[in-house]
Design a protein around this ligand. Structure first.
Ligand SMILES: [Zn+2]
Length: 266
C-alpha cells in the first residue's frame, strides 16, 4: 500500500517542529505516505512552498493560491504574482491551492471582505481554467456558495473540497460535478457523526486522503501539530467505516489522488 497526503502546509510544519523537509518526508515514508501535496496560503509563502518540492521532488508536489482566511492581507497584485508563477509551467506545481470560501470566521465575513473573498475565488478559478490545473478548495459553512461558483466555472480538471465536513447531500452535489471529497482528521472523532456517515456512503472513486498538517489534528493527538504520517489514523478510521477491504480502499484512493494531483497529471 502507498498513500498520498493531498493537503498539507509542510513549510509551517517544518518551522513548528524545527525539522527539515526531507526529515518530514522520511518520517512520512515510514508510514507508506509516498506523496505529499504542499499548498500555499498567501503570496509570501509561494517561495517556501516551492522550496519544499525542490527539496524532495520525487515525493512532493505543490499548489499555489490565496487562502480565503487571509483575505484581508491579499492585494490585487498578489493575483498577478500568482499568474506569473503559473506561467512558468513547473511540472511539480500540480494545483491552484489553497483557495475557497470561509464563512465560519466573522472577521472575514463583513460585506466588504465577503465580496473580496468571492472576487479572489472567481479570479483563481479563472486561472485554474487558463492553466488547466485542478483546485484544492477550502469551504467552511459555504458549501452552497462554493457549489454555485464551481458550477459556473466548469473547470476541466475539477479538484477536491478539502477536509470535508458536511452532509451526504452536500458532498454528493460536488461529486456529481466531478469534484473529489478530501477525507481528513474530522472522521477520527466519534462526534463527527454526519461527516462519518457521508464518507461511508460516497463512492470510493470520490475520496482522497489528507492531513492538513500541521492543522486538523487526528483523535488521540490533539495536543501536537499534525503530521503526514498520521494519515494512517484517518485511513484506519476510513477502513472501519467502509465495506471494501483496506487494500482496495488504499489502491483506489491512491489512484484518485495521483490522477488529480500527481506528477504527470498535467
Ligand atoms: Zn489547509
Amino acid at each position: 500500500m502507498q498513500f498520498f497526503d493531498t493537503h498539507t502546509h509542510l513549510d509551517y510544519l517544518a518551522q513548528d517542529l524545527n525539522l527539515s523537509v526531507s526529515q518530514l518526508v522520511d518520517n512520512a515514508k515510514k508510514s507508506q505516505v509516498e506523496r505529499i501535496l504542499v499548498v500555499a496560503v498567501f503570496a509570501k509563502n509561494f517561495a517556501e512552498v516551492t522550496a519544499c518540492s525542490r527539496a524532495v521532488p520525487q515525493h512532493i508536489v505543490y499548489g499555489l493560491g490565496l487562502h480565503p482566511l487571509y483575505i484581508k492581507r491579499h492585494q490585487r497584485t498578489d493575483l498577478d504574482l500568482l499568474e506569473q508563477q503559473l506561467q512558468m509551467q513547473d511540472p511539480y506545481c500540480t494545483a491552484i491551492a489553497e483557495i475557497g470560501l470561509e464563512r465560519a470566521v466573522a472577521e472575514v465575513c463583513t460585506s466588504e471582505l465577503w465580496q473580496k473573498q468571492c472576487e479572489f475565488l472567481e479570479a483563481q478559478l479563472q486561472l485554474a481554467k487558463r492553466y488547466d490545473l485542478p483546485v484544492n478548495l477550502h469551504s467552511r459553512k459555504s458549501h452552497e456558495q462554493l457549489y454555485t461558483f464551481l458550477k459556473q466555472a466548469k473547470l476541466n480538471k475539477t479538484g477536491v473540497v478539502h477536509g470535508f465536513a458536511g452532509s451526504y447531500e452536500q458532498a454528493k452535489r460536488f461529486v456529481d460535478l466531478g469534484y473529489k471529497i478530501g477525507v481528513g482528521g474530522t472522521i477520527t472523532y466519534q462526534r463527527a457523526n454526519k461527516t462519518r456517515e457521508t464518507i461511508a456512503k460516497l463512492p470510493l472513486d470520490a475520496l482522497l486522503l489528507e492531513t492538513d498538517s500541521p492543522d486538523m489534528p487526528v483523535f488521540g493527538f490533539q495536543d501536537s501539530p499534525n503530521r503526514p504520517e498520521r494519515l494512517m489514523v484517518t485511513f484506519d478510521t476510513l477502513c472501519a467505516l467502509r465495506p471494501e477491504p483496506p487494500e482496495q480502499i488504499a489502491d483506489v484512493v491512491w489512484q484518485n489522488s495521483e490522477r488529480l494531483f500527481g506528477l504527470g497529471s498535467r
